[in-house]
Write a protein that binds this ligand. Structure first.
Ligand code: AMP
Ligand code: TRP
Length: 345
């Protein structure tokens, strides 16, 4: 099993990112070879500030390390350090259907939200994402629910590539998404019909990973619920369902267990207090480690650099084979399907 996931260095990371992705990266790094990529090139597809982007990469690297990523156990790197991602994007674009890209929910949403320019980069975003994963022949992609369609597209791209160029032996691995049952879609506390998000959500409805106890308690206290008192999940009770899910994820128990434990609670106030406590406890250790790590930019750069060196070795091999079978560049001497996946160790 080889695990790959990417995360954008944009804005402050929130509870949805933590539960849906970051915390799972930490557990996955013990289950197989794992590569985690800070996808700065994806961040160029909408309006951004170059100075802030560079800073955000360090913010995110420090956050991921604070959350428990261990550079001895996983490969943590910056996307733009491995040029193979961009080269593979172009090569894969020839086996990507234009119509499929037009159907991507995220493209539709983000292009509608752009005030000035809808960039071609935004349109090609899913192809770069496919290249991220396929360059490593990764098998498992831990993501939140909002990335489901993108992972399905990268599977289609890999399958089409293999059919067109594989000559019987698959060149690219067809990856599977790993979307968790609980916490794959944390909703905005103020508007539980929308996912918690840095760009689309409300400030008061979003809990940030680095937020203090007071703000967390306040936001949860004000979380939108309904006029009832029953603490159960149901489509009519989106706010309460979301709180149950957050509590389950934070305590690492099932939503059913939360409902059982809360059966004797006197109302939503008690549920909200329990969620606050669990979220504060979950985030506290990350917050404690973050400061010291963020201060050491040279060290962060060293970690990212050594991750990129390891990543490049794998990506380079895949690219050599992709070029070979696509008829790009001179014929290589080997010219064979020698893709014995290179190991990280
Ligand atoms: P991004 O910050 O957009 O790069 O997202 C990083 C990861 O967080 C991706 O795997 C997303 O699927 C996941 N994610 C984003 N928002 C949420 C959310 N509200 N609930 C659960 N997971 C999320
Ligand atoms: N598009 C993903 C997101 O917004 C980030 C991402 C980029 C990614 N490349 C990836 C996720 C590769 C998984 C695998 O969350």
């Amino acid at each position: 099993m080889r695990i790959f996931s990417g995360i954008q260095p944009t804005g402050a990371k929130h509870l949805g990112n933590y539960i849906g992705a970051i915390r799972r990266y930490v557990t996955s790094q013990r289950e197989g070879e794992a590569l985690y990529c800070i996808v700065d090139l994806h961040a160029l597809t909408v309006a951004y500030d170059p100075v802030q982007l560079r800073r955000s990469v360090y913010d995110l690297a420090a956050l991921l390390l604070a959350a428990g990523l261990d550079p001895e156990r996983c490969v943590l790197f910056r996307q733009s350090d491995v040029a193979e991602h961009t080269e593979l994007t172009w090569l894969l674009s020839s086996v990507t259907a234009f119509g499929d890209l037009q159907r991507m929910h995220q493209f539709k949403e983000k292009s509608a939200a752009q005030r000035e320019l809808v960039s071609a980069g935004l349109f090609l975003y899913p192809v770069l994402m496919a290249a991220d994963v396929l360059a490593y022949r990764a098998t498992d992609v831990p993501v939140g629910d909002d990335q489901r369609q993108h992972v399905e597209l990268m599977r289609d791209i890999a399958i089409r590539f293999n059919q067109r160029f594989g000559g019987g032996a698959p060149v690219l691995a067809v990856p599977e998404h790993r979307i968790p049952e609980v916490g794959a879609r944390i909703m905005d506390l103020q508007d539980p019909s929308r996912k918690m998000s840095t760009t689309g959500g409300s400030q008061e409805g979003t809990i940030y990973v680095l937020e203090g106890r007071e703000a967390i308690e306040r936001k949860l206290k004000r979380a939108v619920t309904d006029s009832g008192t029953e603490i159960v999940r149901s489509p009519q009770k989106a706010g309460v369902s979301n709180l149950i899910e957050i509590l389950a994820a934070a305590r690492q128990i099932s939503p059913e267990q939360v409902e059982e434990r809360m059966a004797s609670a006197r109302g939503y106030g008690e549920l909200k207090a329990a969620v606050s406590e669990a979220v504060v406890e979950m985030l506290a250790p990350v917050q404690q480690r973050y400061g010291a790590l963020r201060g050491e930019e040279a060290e962060l750069e060293r970690v990212l650099g050594s991750g990129a060196a390891k990543a490049r070795l794998i990506a380079r091999e895949t690219l050599a084979e992709v070029r070979e079978v696509m008829g790009v560049g001179p014929r290589t001497v080997a010219g064979t399907h020698s893709h014995q996946a290179r190991s990280l160790t």
